[in-house]
Design a protein around this ligand. Structure first.
Ligand code: NAG
Ligand code: NAG
Ligand code: NAG
Ligand code: NAG
Ligand code: NAG
Length: 391
């Protein structure tokens, strides 16, 4: 062996040794998450708000469940696809007390949830825009109580024991978050200027990250954190702020810039959390870009009328904040159902604020690969801090 070959050999060995030390994924293993615990708002609600307040009406759920299933879509939401990808049952809403099975997780999200307490926001100018009392700190309290109470029930035995998660699942589970959009709309609908909304964001993001830290302190180790979507592409914004300047894809530019600012702060804050906690596997998921790509090139994904709600009523966007999907409207003395466009599979937007199952599936397929995450970790590797495809 020549000395050059020898030193090459040495450096290769030390490189491999180094890699296996800094990169726990050297022997890459798929994560077997036995449970999912989710926190968030309507984009990940699987029945929390519906169990507590307004029932979600038909035609919600028409595509997949063939009945309203507490979700704000015509079918499955991203969280459903996440659960399905691990062979886990759909995540049951914590607030749903009727026949619910928590053995593989629980969902604390409710539609209308904010990160900050809703009382910290100005009253909405639009009476139909209201926020959920189950804001993020409340979801934390519910989860904190959930751990000892479920363990008590398990130990007690009897018919409820098997409906509760195993103790070790709390450290092995995947913890997912999808929240933030309502904090941003709270500002816009509270008559704040774009600059005023932007000024509120650092505090909102700090509150978000403090919440994640508290869940970590309860034993959670693997996090999958969705950022906030391109709100300016939705009828909710386009119809309510008709004078907003549009970008080349027909989305409200400044509203999207606020979402992007939120995301920029969130990404930085999560990177800091990751740095401070070596045993924390936290993945930032760029839902914004995954969703935005649908509006950039709807045809590519088989979608038409990208900014028009499938289920809604009136105007250019088939959306009126006073007339919700599934309600009835009196026109010229006859009651008409505000129903579905009939083909949600070729639409992106379901009800003006939320996405169709078809769009949710495309977004899920994009994010699951790791192409939209920081670090670039695929969903099934999210228990690891980093990931190398091959050497
Ligand atoms: C709860 O769900 C799990 C997973 O789907 C299932 O194995 C278990 O039998 C269910 N428990 C009861 C009591 O139905
Ligand atoms: C909203 O803000 C504008 C500009 O600051 C102000 O002129 C208007 O009166 C406000 N409207 C309401 C209902 O507060
Ligand atoms: C979030 O902010 C609220 C009030 O603005 C505060 O009461 C709460 O403790 C904060 N949450 C966290 C986790 O820091
Ligand atoms: C919604 O209802 C409010 C109060 O009745 C009204 O002022 C507003 O113009 C309505 N908005 C639309 C878009 O119809
Ligand atoms: C209601 O009736 C008026 C007068 O007949 C008609 O012009 C209008 O188009 C009708 N509106 C709807 C929504 O059918």
């Amino acid at each position: 062996m020549s000395s050059m070959e020898f030193s090459l050999h040495i450096s290769l060995v030390s490189f491999l040794v180094l890699l296996s030390i800094v990169n726990p994924l050297f022997a890459t293993k798929v994560c077997n998450f036995p449970a999912i615990f989710n926190f968030g708002a309507s984009n990940s609600d699987t029945g929390g708000l519906a169990a507590s307040f307004a029932v979600v009406k038909s035609p919600y759920g028409e595509t997949y469940f063939h009945r309203p299933a507490g979700r704000f879509s015509d079918g499955r939401i991203i969280l459903d696809f996440i659960a399905q990808s691990f062979g886990l049952p759909y995540v049951s809403a914590y607030l749903d007390s009727l026949g619910t099975n928590f053995s593989h997780g629980a969902n604390f999200a409710t539609a209308g949830s904010t990160i900050k307490p809703p009382s910290s926001y100005p009253t909405s100018l639009i009476s139909n825009v209201r926020f959920s009392p189950f804001y993020l700190d409340v979801q934390y309290s519910q989860f904190k109580n959930f751990i000892p109470r479920t363990q008590f029930i398990r130990h007690q035995g009897g018919i409820f024991a098997n409906l509760m998660p195993h103790k070790k699942y709390f450290s092995e589970a995947l913890y997912t978050y999808d929240i933030g959009q309502n904090d941003i709309t709270a500002g816009f609908f509270g008559n704040m200027t774009v600059q005023q909304v932007i000024a509120t964001i650092p505090d909102i993001v700090n509150n978000f990250s403090a919440n994640i830290k508290k869940i970590y302190n309860l034993g959670a180790r693997s996090f999958w954190i969705h950022n906030t979507g391109p709100i300016g592409c939705l009828p909710l914004i386009l119809a309510n702020f008709p004078s907003a300047e549009k970008d080349e894809y027909g989305c409200a530019k400044e509203h999207n810039e606020v979402s992007q600012y939120f995301n920029h702060r969130l990404k930085e804050t999560l990177a800091q959390l990751r740095k401070d906690n070596p045993d924390l596997a936290i993945t930032y998921v760029d839902i914004y870009s995954a969703k935005f790509s649908l509006f950039q090139d709807p045809k590519k994904y088989g979608f038409e009328k990208p900014h028009v709600a499938c289920c809604g009523y009136g105007g250019e966007y088939n959306y009126n904040v006073n007339v919700s999907c599934g309600s009835t409207i009196n026109t010229n003395g006859t009651e008409n159902l505000v129903g579905s466009c009939g083909k949600p599979s070729v639409r992106i937007v379901w009800d003006g604020t939320h996405y169709t199952e078809a769009a949710n599936k495309v977004v899920f397929d994009k994010i699951a690969t790791g192409a939209f995450t920081d670090p670039p970790v695929p969903l099934n590797m999210a228990c690891h801090r980093s990931f190398t495809k091959e050497l």
